[in-house]
Design a protein around this ligand. Sequence first.
Ligand code: MG
Length: 456
Amino acid sequence: MVADKAVPRLFGTNGVRGVVNSEGMDCQFALRMGMAMGTYMKGSVMIGTDARTSNEMLKSACASGLMATGCTVLDCGIVPTPTLQYAVKKGNVAGGVVITASHNPPEFNGIKAIDPDGTEMSRANEEAIERIFHSGDFTRAEWTRIGRTIPQTTAIERYIGGIMSVVDVAAIRRANLRVAVDCSNGASSLVTPKLLERLGVRYVTLNADPNGAFPGHNSEPTPENVGDLVELVKAGEFDFGFVHDGDADRTIFVDDTGRYLYGDRSLAICAHHICKEKEGRLVVTTVGSSMAVEDAVRMAKGNVIYTAVGSPVVARVMMQKGGIFGGEENGGLIFANFQYCRDGAMAAAKILDIVAKKGKLSKLNDMIPQYHQRKKKTRCPDAKKQVVLSELAISAKGERIDTTDGLKIFFKEGWVLLRPSGTEQIFRIYSESKDPARADELVEQYKKEVEKIVKG
Ligand code: MG
């Protein structure tokens, strides 16, 4: 998808992001964004932040804008994004706002809008806010109707209670599990240790105090950033380890042997065991996900639907088609029986539930076929993106293809996914195969192919 030229786009795949006090992400922007969101939402609005140094500044400005339009601001303080989403879903409010830059470096921050049902805001609603933002046509409440801010203190307790109502607490308690958790100095520091206590799970924490300087490591749970957690799990007696990103909508697991499990592994493990509970269940994931997910679902007699990349798309297709579980390959898992958004603490609770009943995480991982994925990108001007896509489609004639998002070409021994970026002048090339050498070969071959078309 290329940006709409008529209304300059502000929201990316996961809200508006930028470096604080430059790139437009300053208090004036937050104030104006608050006024635009308030004009659109009209009513009570839940607001929360992750643990960044700029949160108070951006939250105050945004809340001022909301109040100027007459909205009541319900301030949940520092909370994981899914905790705020659950508060919105349960709160009968007009919407939500999260001040977060998720896993980005500490100098970043962002603003994300939540629909009244607790899902990430749909693109159509974001466009309506962008139109108001650019037009400057804001509601300006009369002095008697200006909003106020009311602190909320129950969001975390309600969220923990909600998770405990959808997992098998008795089985988890009986299993006497022990885990290591890395909160990445993010918002989960205030939630996940409490949840583990309530579930009767013994735990050791790393980086479990909110600190916007991220002294432990950057808040993206990549293998390079979570070396301490891997070492801790290897050195001790743990059932597994896990790490949340900065706003805790994602979780990455380390199995009992200290192996880092990429997000598609926990996606596949959860999908398999959730589908096993009842035949014919539906799992939703993006075209970028590993074949391991489809294999795991089929082994449990379930079905998979593929969507375009982006968790809001996955969540909406789950709602429309009755998907029981879904997610992305980056550790963002969505549980329909809890809420339609990526949820880091819920993912940890579900894996605890599965391990309590089915045994070691390393064994559960080994049951599912192993694939190798490769990701590359190359420069491609916006004007050339469609040409590249059509020429690639012509050259793929005769092969099985999927055009849900970009072009996916299936081969006997794997696939390639070719996608123009919606926000940058780049083309992404992904490949996957059970044979690592073939995955390398496919990604290189198609990167060259894209570059050739761009040049020509
Ligand atoms: Mg995140």
